[in-house]
Design a protein around this ligand. Structure first.
Ligand SMILES: [Zn+2]
Length: 354
């Protein structure tokens, strides 16, 4: 059996088959104290690729933090071929403030590649890119919807990339969205420097939900299995084939008032299907919101208090929405059935929230 060499990071040499937590000092804050980025290194006994899994680049999008906590419990370096770097909170300052942004109001995911002499966001981007992304061939970055919004678990990839499509199919989230790269984003920089990247969107900011966490944990495991880093059947037969979309539409509130939703994320819709009614404070003048396309709801507002023009539903255009809808209904069972041994033992309580 091949044995891996040691993995050197942050002045530490991690032996094959070992796990090690390392920290990178980012900057000093107004208190004069240093702030650091925490990374867990799982260095496999056997050689293989290096992969990072990161969360909370937007500091309030913490669903990936829960996914990474589960991965830290179930991935065993002695059974791993290659190296996994876990970054449970990338935007440490936004996480502390329960905010998407940095204290200087910058967006970390528009600040790559950053620099050591730059803004707070630029300093984190620089260290995160240099010390984590730059050591890896593949990354999975986990986001959620903004506060008061929910996203159906979905993988976002650049359009027209066969390898990324293959990895996204292996991940097995219900939907794959091909979306353009945003300048300054981690995905944009990874693309330019040849690091393969999947982005998982799942759940709601500042909340945990079981579908998102289980889809994330099982999906990362399936990708690691697919590229030969762990022994796990990729479970594609059990979760169904993800639907792919390259067009999506937002449906906006026709008036200000109070929304009563009748459909939510994961529901298949046909053009003209009712999504919600928005009425005045006494329930008067209710106006219907209907789907303008055939598709599946991939995001919805969870807050019923709405202004005219608020984007309340995000719908991916899909030719056979009922097939995807049926898959999502059964996905909790399918995810459990396809998880490698040990994954099912650490289910979250349904009520667990932060
Ligand atoms: Zn985000």
């Amino acid at each position: 059996m091949d044995t891996a060499a040691s993995f050197d990071i942050a002045g530490v040499s991690v032996a094959p088959g070992a796990a090690q937590d390392v920290t990178f000092q980012i900057t000093t804050m107004a208190t004069g104290m240093a702030s650091s980025l925490a990374v867990r290194v799982l260095h496999g006994a056997k050689p293989g690729p290096a992969v990072f899994v990161s969360a909370a680049i937007h500091g309030d999008e913490i669903i990936g933090t829960a996914v990474i906590q589960r991965l830290a419990q179930v991935l065993r370096p002695e059974n791993l071929s290659g190296t996994v770097l876990l970054v449970p909170v990338a935007n440490i300052f936004g996480f502390l403030n329960r905010s998407r942004y940095l204290p200087d109001r910058r967006d970390l995911n528009r600040s790559f590649p950053g620099s050591s002499g730059g803004s707070l966001a630029g300093q984190i981007a620089n260290i995160f890119y240099r010390e984590v992304v730059g050591r890896c061939q593949l990354g999975i970055d986990i986001h959620s919807a903004a506060i008061h919004r929910y996203n159906l678990p979905q993988i976002r990839i650049a359009a027209g990339n066969k390898r990324l499509t293959e990895l996204a199919m292996a991940f097995g989230a219900p939907v794959i969205i091909e979306s353009p790269l945003r300048e300054g984003s981690l995905r944009d920089l990874a693309h330019q420097t040849g690091v393969e990247m999947l982005l998982l969107e799942a759940g709601e900011a500042l909340r945990f939900d079981r579908l998102s966490i289980e889809t994330g944990v099982a999906g990362v495991a399936r990708v690691l299995g697919h590229i030969g880093m762990i022994e796990a059947d990729d479970g594609l037969a059990n979760v169904g084939i993800p639907a792919r979309a390259n067009r999506s539409v937002w449906v906006r509130s026709p008036r200000g008032g109070v929304m009563q939703a009748v459909r939510e994320s994961g529901a298949p819709v046909r053009k003209g299907d009712l999504l919600a009614c928005v009425s005045g404070l006494f329930g008067e003048d209710a106006q219907e919101m209907v789907s303008p396309v055939d598709g599946i709801i991939i995001g919805h507002a969870t807050l019923p208090v709405v202004h005219q023009g608020d984007a309340l539903f995000h719908i991916a255009e899909i030719a056979h929405p009922e097939r995807v809808g049926a898959q999502i209904e059964s996905i909790n069972d399918a995810i459990l059935a396809s998880e490698p041994e040990g994954f099912a033992e650490r289910l979250l309580d349904e009520d667990e929230v932060v």
